[in-house]
Design a protein around this ligand. Sequence first.
Ligand SMILES: C[S@@+](CC[C@H](N)C(=O)[O-])C[C@H]1O[C@@H](n2cnc3c(N)ncnc32)[C@H](O)[C@@H]1O
Length: 223
Amino acid sequence: MSGAGARLPRARGRQALEALIAAEGVDRRVLEALRSIDRADFVPPDQRHHAYLDGPVVLPRGQTTSQPSLIARMVEAAEPGDDDTVLEVGTGYGFQTALLARLAAHVVSIERFPELAEAAEANLRRAGIGNVTLVVGDGWEGHAERAPYDAIVVSAAAPEVPEALAAQLAEGGRLVIPITRRGSDDVILFRKRRGEVTEERLLTPARFVPLVRGAARTEGRRR
Ligand SMILES: C[S@@+](CC[C@H](N)C(=O)[O-])C[C@H]1O[C@@H](n2cnc3c(N)ncnc32)[C@H](O)[C@@H]1O
């Protein structure tokens, strides 16, 4: 990652990142929500100098928090509405969770690493975001207790749409997920109509960590 962003004063760096995402034509509602969240609060302390670069940032356990402009695009495509319940798979440090929580009534977010879920919980609490249920477990299985979901956003790549997620999506619901095809990942928007989850459009090619089957620990933990 370049050192240029590291030398930007904090406020200027943050504004530059927001301006860059705005210039991509992201929906105004998503932009406003984005402006209310400081990405520096959702990366490890030793990575804060990278927080305002439009690139992935390294997290513990070999994971990353995704590029902010890509997160904005994925959240925009999921169309989280004020009254919606949204499922997120792959919490990481909670940046996208925070964005979804600003836009929807409630967010259920699943992370397989307890250590990351704990950090995300602390980050969300510090940011004053309370409308989130964090689940430590396997996102392949979704979270049936709070289904159906108006929107589902998956932040790790799978070879196909997990069956449980298709089943837990509400009629008319949107599912945004990177699908691994021929060795690369395509971020795809799916929609459920008459009980069928069908591909609507390709958002962008991108690189994601894989959606690993199984929780990192066998016992699930809920908050
Ligand atoms: C790209 S990172 C998270 C990005 C995050 N949403 C953000 O705001 O930047 C993907 C996350 O998915 C998690 N993950 C991978 N497979 C999973 C699974 N089966 N269930 C739940 N989480 C999973 C990883 O541990 C990692 O934290």
